[in-house]
Design a protein around this ligand. Structure first.
Ligand code: ZN
Length: 71
C-alpha cells in the first residue's frame, strides 16, 4: 500500500499525543458540536488539562451556532 496518509484533522474528543520518553506531550480537545478546539503542550499542562475532564468542562459552555433560520 502506497497511499499517502490523509490528514483530515482532529476527531472530536480528547486526544493525547507524544507521551513517549523524550517527546513533548500534547493534548487536543475538539468539540464535535461547536468545533471549539483547545490544545495544550507540556507534561504538566497535559496532565492538568486531562484532569479537568475537558469534555465535561466544555459541555457546560458549549454553545453551538444555531443553524441559520430562514428569514
Ligand atoms: Zn462545543
Amino acid at each position: 500500500m502506497t497511499e499517502p496518509t490523509v490528514i483530515t484533522g482532529i476527531r472530536p474528543g480528547l486526544h493525547v499525543h507524544g507521551l513517549d520518553r523524550g517527546e513533548t506531550p500534547t493534548a487536543d480537545y475538539l468539540c464535535g458540536s461547536c468545533g471549539a478546539h483547545k490544545r495544550v503542550t507540556g507534561r504538566t499542562e497535559v496532565a492538568a488539562f486531562t484532569a479537568t475532564n475537558p469534555a465535561t468542562d466544555h459541555a457546560q459552555r458549549c454553545n453551538p451556532e444555531p443553524a441559520p433560520a430562514a428569514g
